[in-house]
Design a protein around this ligand. Structure first.
Ligand SMILES: CCCCCCCCC/C=C/C(=O)SCCNC(=O)CCNC(=O)[C@H](O)C(C)(C)COP(=O)(O)OP(=O)(O)OC[C@H]1O[C@@H](n2cnc3c(N)ncnc32)[C@H](O)[C@@H]1OP(=O)(O)O
Ligand SMILES: Cc1cc2nc3c(=O)[nH]c(=O)nc-3n(C[C@H](O)[C@H](O)[C@H](O)COP(=O)(O)OP(=O)(O)OC[C@H]3O[C@@H](n4cnc5c(N)ncnc54)[C@H](O)[C@@H]3O)c2cc1C
Length: 652
């Protein structure tokens, strides 16, 4: 097998030889500098040289139990290897950046490691929720693997609605203990990675009571297994939740409590405290308890970049070596990479992977700034971080799932083979649409912030930097098909959608609906407004960061990066052309187009105008509006947009 790997396919080599930019320079740029490329390579070479990390047989031919045991075996070797590679000289940001770029874990564990939660959430929640003494005590144990943990929040009955969690922790001042219970089956923790057999500790999010009163959802460090026998502790029930679409070596489990007692100091007390006598001291902001989820949502952008990057590398290499059909008689079958349709499928994946990396590092910078501010009690930017983390996690994971599936489809039958690894990559990436905040729920969270910002703009108040464009009342006289022009178009679209949501909420409440029902009736539009906002951020950050970060790069490397920016921007302009050709500067404007279009079309009379779902209205109006309006962009722009998108892609 090794001998075959040494021979590079000549078509692949030919493509590589045609490359015009400096590959080493671009690699270092994405890694954050030559030093990090070297560290990443060292880490990868160490891991990939270990024979013990290769599967004796492909794990898809193993049983569920064998796959898990094999994964544990590899996780131990990985920890022993990487543990020695830990570089204490790196800052937290640099370590996170290196972790996001390294492909070691994804290459060794097709369906993720049973220690995934230990590394990703367990350590972080102690860091974020433990007081100084607790951090001092537990982080040492966690980092040297004296204990193995997970993050147990989701229950059988509740995943999204954290305030509805049913696991209880009641404080007993007589013994200075908390008594944990799962009062109903729906209260059983369900999903936490590693919970079934791997973790012997976990942070449990429980509805806490003291002195007969609710203290909200609080985090608790709980030992769930005996460190010697690994058997469940008294009053603890544990098990595996069963086979899934992916993540089948993460050992997701369930956990139930029956009068399980833990000492008072197991409540993580950085933000809220319960004193010995049971007095509850609440957190300055109850959402600080949700901090670990924000951290993971930010890192998911990098995970999406990495995962999509792997899938599009597989598919592009395949497209370079696969020859198929004979469009020109008497000529050899061409590489499928020469088909523009194949380029249309794949190049957006390359551009998106780069866009997600850049956005991830941009958001990490904000995350670290806000974390420092929170440490001194400054909550000013927490809402902005939360809103950005929600909509960017949702949009990048949704796009990545579509693009990874497109990579599989672009490889024909061979993409359907498990040996292509594309199905497993898809199974991993699509999970991110659900975990760490289901995407719709996340987009609605950002919509809350957008509606608030829209109202603040209407009252002439300042809004957060990422939403400042909502205050731009300037008209777009003519379509500007530059990247900046398209970003501006997307800002108009998002502002128009936010304005339309405000109008809809207002209309429903004027019609006597409660605020909650008005919100629900407008929720499809709210999700669309939130996604439009995410598009503004992804497009503008990709461009603005490239403007700044590429100044020291060579001309060819800058060129190819800007081609990716242009491709990414024009791709989304074409994907959202219906919105762009109908951007609205104010609600009245969009209403007047909708109104005119409907009346002229005789499609429906005015009264029913807003009863139809927004999707139908804007789609139909979009087309009708294009014909009727002519005010926003002359319809000539559309062919130009299409022409430009095809001519500007790197067709080399
Ligand atoms: C490397 C790794 C690879 C990746 C490794 C990962 C592998 C997979 C592991 C997966 C692990 C998990 O899934 S762990 C479990 C993840 N679970 C989740 O994410 C649950 C999602 N649900 C939630 O987050 C919450 O229930 C949410 C939807 C936000 C609603 O919360 P509440 O009801 O308490 O709050 P609301 O009433 O909606 O809002 C009240 C206000 O609080 C604000 N708010 C809400 N959440 C906030 C937050 N986190 N930070 C700041 N502010 C927040 C809102 O903006 C509102 O502000 P105003 O508007 O100003 O009032
Ligand atoms: C692979 C994987 C790994 C996971 N790992 C962990 C882990 O380690 N630890 C952990 O605690 N959890 C974990 N989870 C659980 C995960 O966090 C939850 O699945 C997620 O939060 C969604 O909650 P749910 O499953 O209850 O779905 P629901 O919230 O029940 O969602 C179902 C549907 O209801 C809709 N919906 C729900 N609420 C609203 C609303 N307010 N408005 C509009 N629509 C709504 C959603 O949009 C969705 O379409 C994991 C999940 C997966 C898939």
């Amino acid at each position: 097998m090794d001998a075959v790997n040494k021979v590079i396919n000549e078509d692949l080599q030919k493509e590589r030889d045609k490359c015009k930019f400096n590959v080493a320079e671009l690699t270092a740029f994405l890694d954050g500098g030559d030093k990090f490329t070297q560290k990443r390579r060292e880490k990868e070479n160490r891991v990939f040289s270990i024979q013990g990390l290769r599967d004796a047989v492909p794990d898809e031919y193993m049983s569920h139990k064998e796959r898990y045991e094999n994964a544990v075996r590899k996780a131990v070797i990985m920890h022993q290897t990487l543990g020695t590679l830990e570089d204490k000289t790196l800052t937290e940001y640099e370590t996170a950046r290196l972790a996001l770029r390294a492909t070691t874990s994804s290459a060794i564990f097709k369906e993720n490691s049973p220690l995934m939660l230990h590394y990703s959430m367990f350590a972080n929640v102690i860091e974020g929720q433990g007081d100084e003494k607790q951090r001092e005590y537990w982080l040492k144990k966690i980092n040297n693997m004296e204990i193995i943990g997970t993050y147990a929040q989701t229950e059988l009955g509740h995943g999204t609605f954290i305030r509805g969690l049913e696991t209880t922790a009641e404080y007993d001042p007589k013994t200075e203990e908390f008594v944990l219970n799962s009062p109903k089956l729906t209260a059983y923790k369900w999903w936490p990675g590693g919970l079934a057999h791997t973790a012997n500790h976990c942070v449990v999010m429980a509805h806490t009571y003291s002195q007969g009163k609710s203290c909200g959802i609080q985090p608790f460090m709980v030992q769930i297994r005996d460190l010697e026998t690994n058997m469940p502790m008294k009053g603890v029930k544990l098990g595996e939740i069963g086979a899934k679409l992916g993540f089948n070596t993460v050992n997701n489990g369930f956990l139930g409590f029956e009068n399980h007692r833990i000492p008072r100091d197991r409540m993580l007390m950085k933000n809220s405290q319960i004193l010995k006598d049971g007095t509850f001291i609440s957190s300055p902001n109850s959402k600080l308890t949700y901090g670990t989820m924000v951290y993971i949502r930010v890192s998911i952008l990098g995970t999406m970049a990495n995962t999509l990057g792997r899938a599009v590398t597989i598919a592009t290499r395949y497209a370079a070596v696969r020859r198929q059909s004979q469009p020109k008689p008497n000529e050899p079958e061409p590489q499928i990479l020469d088909y523009v349709t194949q380029q249309h499928k794949l190049f957006i994946g390359i551009a998106s992977s780069h866009a997600y990396y850049i956005s991830c590092f941009w958001l990490w910078t904000l995350y670290h700034r806000v974390t420092k501010e929170l440490a001194v009690g400054n909550m000013d930017n927490l809402a902005e971080l939360h809103a950005l983390a929600c909509c960017l996690k949702a949009t990048t994971s949704a796009d990545a799932a579509v693009l990874v599936e497109r990579c599989r489809l672009a490889c024909g039958g061979h993409g359907y083979m498990l040996s292509s690894n594309l199905p497993q990559i898809y199974a991993n990436v699509t999970a991110a649409n659900t975990y760490e905040g289901e995407n719709t729920v996340m987009l609605l969270q950002t919509a809350r912030a957008l509606v608030k910002a829209g109202m603040q703009v209407a009252q002439g108040q300042k809004v957060s930097p990422s939403m400042a464009y909502l205050a731009d009342q300037s008209k777009m006289a003519k379509w500007d098909s530059s990247v900046d022009g398209i970003v501006k178009g997307f800002q108009k679209v998002a502002a128009g959608k936010v304005a339309a949501c405000l109008a809809s909420l207002q209309r429903h409440t004027n019609n006597g609906q409660s605020a909650e029902d008005a919100w629900n009736l407008t929720s499809v539009q709210l999700v669309a407004a939130s996604e439009a906002h995410a598009r503004v951020i992804l497009l503008s950050v990709f461009k603005s960061e490239m403007d700044v970060q590429t100044l020291t790069l060579s001309g060819e490397t800058r060129t190819v990066l800007f081609q990716l920016v242009q491709l990414y921007t024009i791709y989304w302009a074409l994907e959202k052309v219906g919105d762009l050709l109908l951007p609205t500067t104010t609600t009245t404007y969009s209403v007047s187009i909708c109104d005119t279009a409907m009346r002229c079309d005789g499609w429906m009379d005015e009264t029913s105008l807003f009863e139809k779902s927004t999707i139908q209205t804007s789609a139909r109006t979009g087309i009708a509006g294009l014909v009727l309006s002519g005010l926003v962009y002359d319809s000539a722009v559309y062919p130009e947009l299409v022409h430009q998108s095809l001519t500007s892609w790197p067709l080399q």
